[in-house]
Design a protein around this ligand. Structure first.
Ligand code: FE
Length: 134
């Protein structure tokens, strides 16, 4: 990831929907099974709803049964960054966009082969760009 995207809180508020602002900038979590991508199987590229950076491929999306879009690997090694996060639910690992810092979700060590990890991502933090011709 080359360029970092930096905006003021007011700019983010102006550009994002209220729900996207709460998730991306205030680390909220959308309710399970309410997001638009949790059951999506369409082929394409999932980009950051905040800055457009390429975050995940539909090739690594799977049905985790959790009600959130789940991926076993980011689109590239430097697409996302993680941070340990102590909260009410104990220690979790937070995932954010490496480009704009927007909060995406969390990563858990219960994913499928081949990585064994589950990137549990809020639908509203993502924008699916369908593959050409699909
Ligand atoms: Fe971003």
């Amino acid at each position: 990831m080359s360029e970092k995207v930096e905006k003021t809180e007011q700019e983010w508020k102006d550009e994002l929907t209220p729900e996207q602002y709460r998730v991306l900038r205030e680390k909220a979590t959308e309710r399970a099974f309410t997001g638009r991508y949790h059951a999506t199987k369409d082929p394409g590229t999932y980009r950051c709803a905040g800055c457009g950076a390429e975050l995940f491929s539909s090739d690594t999306k799977y049905d985790s049964g959790t009600g959130w879009p789940s991926f076993w690997e980011p689109a590239s090694d430097d697409a996302v960054e993680t941070e340990r996060d102590w909260g009410l639910l104990g220690m979790r690992t937070e995932v954010h966009c490496a480009s704009c810092g927007g909060h995406l979700g969390h990563v858990f060590p219960d994913g499928p082969h081949p990585t064994g990890v589950r990137f549990c991502i809020n639908s509203c933090a993502l924008e699916l760009e369908p593959d050409e011709g699909s």
